[in-house]
Write a protein that binds this ligand. Structure first.
Ligand code: NAI
Length: 345
């Protein structure tokens, strides 16, 4: 945030010399970044923002946070109608999402309660795009398996054969900021890129990608990657019927939101070998698992556990956004949203 933006932000606090904000689902890396940023801002003015960091998520049973004007939340906090009622009762005026997606917030209920909701619409689309391509390359060239083999002195190449990405057709569903960043990288690899988006963008065609119907994309792409938001239209956009249309051995990548894919259909597709590779950074019921250490627990989610047993499945725990540059940008924009009311939905 530049000096004038910082001044503007502090001027907006004129009726409130001190602002108390509560962070939920906070991990140590975020705590450090936000604390440092707030310390700098508070040092530059007599108006202060006091932050309290909670590790637990925000949901209806943890929402009783009187004394806080703003709550700062993340992807798996559950801000449903009930949570919003409690927040309203406690005097919360603003829900600041420190992420891009907002499928976990009942936006209508918030509006009715007079609570504004802001998000970080773009921090570094390239960060998520690069992780998407990391999943594609790892699944294809099996570097995760090769790493373990070589460490054990096994230099046998059996089972490690990949395919050349150059010249292959890749389907990108959702051509917003992240989808476009993925397309730029894939075109650089020499792939043919087919796209589907209800709102086509001329920048995408200018880059050399082609818009087609969803059916044509599914039929012609050897890799399908998802970059659309989760909403009523896109829920389970990948289901038994759409998998049927894909070529045998297709690679499916989802770094967007878990609810875009029907996991039972995916498991059937993996068992029948229709799906030859699956890369996930998100999972429909990830809130029960992700961002915490469950290595000593008996994981109760049988669908997730089944997915992890396939040799051609690679799952990461929602880390697409996780670079220093992206986190710094998220922290700056979130604090700016709190102070200026920008990026309201
Ligand atoms: P964006 O808003 O720039 O682009 C989304 C695009 O999807 C838009 O062009 C929109 O028209 C399109 N779209 C909407 N409904 C669609 C549908 N049914 N089928 C096809 N396209 C559709 O969003 P951005 O920044 O590119 O992010 C995309 C998604 O990535 C976010 O909604 C979020 O869920 C996910 N994400 C994941 C992260 C991670 O760490 N894994 C980090 C950040 C975002």
């Amino acid at each position: 945030m530049n000096t004038s933006a910082r001044k503007k932000a502090h001027d907006n606090l004129s009726d409130q010399q001190h602002k108390n904000i509560a962070f939920f689902s906070t991990r140590s890396y975020e705590h450090a970044l936000f604390s440092e940023l707030l310390e700098t801002l508070n040092g530059a003015s007599d108006k202060t923002i006091n932050a309290t960091f909670f590790e637990h998520p925000l949901n209806a049973s943890t929402a009783c946070c009187c004394g806080f004007s703003d709550v700062v939340v993340f992807v798996n906090d559950d801000i449903n109608r009930k949570t919003i009622e409690v927040l309203k009762h406690c005097g919360v005026k603003h829900i600041a999402l420190r992420c891009a997606g907002f499928n976990n917030v009942d936006v209508d209920a918030a509006a009715k309660a007079g609570i504004t909701v802001s998000r970080v619409p773009a921090y570094s689309p390239e960060t998520v795009a690069e992780h998407t391509v990391a999943l594609i390359l790892t699944l294809n060239r099996k570097t995760h398996k090769a790493y373990n083999r070589v460490r054990e002195g096994n230099f046998n190449l059996g089972g490690l054969m990949g395919f050349t990405l150059h010249g292959k057709t890749v389907g990108v569903i959702g051509t917003g900021k992240i989808g476009q960043a993925v397309i730029r990288i894939l075109l650089g690899f020499g792939c043919h890129v087919l796209c589907f988006d209800p709102h086509p963008n001329s920048d995408v065609t200018a880059m050399g990608a082609h818009y087609v119907t969803l059916n044509e994309l599914l039929e012609k792409s050897v890799i399908v990657t998802l970059h659309c938001p989760l909403n009523e239209q896109s829920h389970h956009i990948i289901n038994a019927k759409s998998i049927d249309k894909m070529p045998q051995g297709v690679m499916l990548i989802n770094t967007s939101r878990g609810g875009l894919v029907d996991d039972n259909a995916i498991i059937k597709g993996l068992k029948s070998k229709k799906i030859g590779y699956l890369g996930l950074d998100v999972y429909e019921r990830e809130s029960e698992l992700f961002f915490s250490d469950h290595s000593q627990d008996i994981i109760q989610d049988d669908i997730f556990q089944r997915l992890t047993t396939f040799p051609n499945v690679l799952i990461t725990g929602h880390q697409g956004f996780f670079t220093l540059e992206a986190l710094e940008e998220i922290a700056k924009i979130t604090v700016n949203n709190i102070m200026t009311g920008e990026n309201a939905l």
